[in-house]
Design a protein around this ligand. Structure first.
Ligand SMILES: NC(=O)c1ccc[n+]([C@@H]2O[C@H](COP(=O)([O-])OP(=O)(O)OC[C@H]3O[C@@H](n4cnc5c(N)ncnc54)[C@H](O)[C@@H]3O)[C@@H](O)[C@H]2O)c1
Length: 371
């Protein structure tokens, strides 16, 4: 495969690790990275080690995206708080998270410069970027579709890939399918761990069957040492608890999040999550969305997984047997490894499609053997 240049939008918990993992994959050159505060662009290839060292302990994962409006037309209190919250002094908060004031986030790297519109900076350099990984938050369901619209408006043609989780966002991207096709964009959606790696595994496990009756995805994540870096993901997971939704979780203060974690003794169990594995398996023809269930356990007090991540695919074979094919992840694999390895692997698969002239919206199951 020829060299692939790529950009990462969002250098939070996931985006930083995507840059790191890319150093271990063939043919990938990171040429741009941005967060809400600034942009680093270098077509000779970013110095990932410098960028990671500069942003260590200095990650921007505040509750803000682009200041988009809520459904009631107002802006959230946390957005208002975070917009004005970049103090100029270096402080160390009680829980040990360093914040470097105006240099918070990617602008702490000497390769980056502050920007009022970092995503536009990347769009403006889109001609030299084969693929863009959207490691952005999902606090507003339409944020990633809106970012995609901006790439369309900016005349981008290449690969866009996200690691979003929510089922309903896939439909919003599908509505843009024709526009992506006209623009020459190959959009890979839901390509992290779940959805992503586990969706692809389910599609592969389904190949033994002529009819799939159930797909059961059960994940375990131990996040003690990664907790500080992955507060964005933890907040989004809390939105899946029955008492919360994406709006209420977005408005929780950090102290309220800590209180929820304490109430659960650091171990939170999730059932019937709205994870896009369901619609992604349906659109690949594997099974109906309603036959897919996703749940899991998050432990922020231990790095050991509280349960083994398992995908069970039950179906009927052509010769009349009923069976369950099971796929498990090694307990030692971290969330960061299971999101970013697959995301970059799917990114490369997307670039192959794009170079072959295949445009539109694809999910991880569609990049596996057909059903
Ligand atoms: N599919 C999976 O398996 C999986 C697993 C974990 C996380 N995720 C998803 O990955 C996403 C990222 O998670 P995270 O933990 O890295 O979040 P995070 O909050 O740590 O990071 C988000 C980043 O986006 C940046 N950002 C926000 N608005 C921006 C804007 N307008 N312009 C430029 N940058 C902007 C922030 O500055 C920050 O750097 C989340 O949506 C999460 O749900 C998916």
């Amino acid at each position: 495969m020829d060299e692939v240049t790529f950009a990462v939008l969002g250098t939070g918990g996931i985006g930083r690790r995507a840059l790191e993992v890319s150093q271990h994959k063939d043919h990938l050159t990171p040429v741009a990275a941005c967060d809400r505060h600034g942009t680093a662009i270098d077509f000779d290839g970013l110095d990932v080690d410098e960028l990671l060292a500069a942003t260590e302990g200095n990650i921007d994962n505040e509750v803000a995206t682009d200041g988009g409006e809520r459904t009631d037309g107002s802006r959230s209190s946390s957005e208002l708080r975070s917009d004005g919250g970049s103090g100029a002094t270096t402080t160390e908060s009680g829980d040990g998270v360093k914040q470097h004031g105006e240099d918070r986030g990617v602008v702490a790297s000497e390769q980056a410069r502050a920007s009022d519109d970092p995503i536009q900076d990347v769009i403006d350099h889109g001609d030299g970027i084969d693929a863009v990984l959207l490691a952005l938050p999902n606090y507003e369901h339409d944020f990633i579709p809106r970012v995609a619209d901006r790439f369309l408006e900016g005349g981008y043609s290449g690969v866009l890939i996200d690691v979003l989780k929510r089922s309903r966002v896939i439909d919003m991207l599908d509505e843009r399918s024709e526009a992506f096709e006209d623009a020459g964009i190959t959009f890979i959606c839901g390509a992290g761990a779940t959805p992503g790696l586990l969706t692809g595994a389910a599609a592969l496990a389904a190949q033994s069957f002529v009819e799939v009756t159930d797909v059961d995805i059960w994940w375990g994540v131990g996040l003690k040492s990664g907790y500080e870096d992955n507060r964005g993901t933890v907040r989004e997971d809390i939105a899946h608890l029955p008492e919360y939704d994406i709006e209420t979780a977005r408005d929780l203060s950090d102290a309220e999040i800590e209180a929820i974690i304490d109430e659960h003794d650091g171990v939170i169990e999730f059932e019937d999550m709205e994870h896009a594995d369901d619609v992604l398996l349906e659109r690949a023809g594997v099974c109906d969305a309603e036959d897919v269930t996703v749940g899991g356990i998050l432990d922020v007090q231990s790095d050991e997984k509280p349960t083994t991540t398992t995908v069970r695919v039950t179906g009927r074979t052509f010769d009349g047997e009923t069976a369950t094919n099971t796929f498990q992840l090694g307990d030692e694999t971290s969330m960061e490894a299971n999101v970013n390895g697959p995301a970059l692997g799917y990114l490369k698969a997307g670039v192959r499609r794009n170079r072959a002239g295949e445009y539109g919206v694809f999910g991880p199951a569609e990049l596996m053997p057909g059903f």
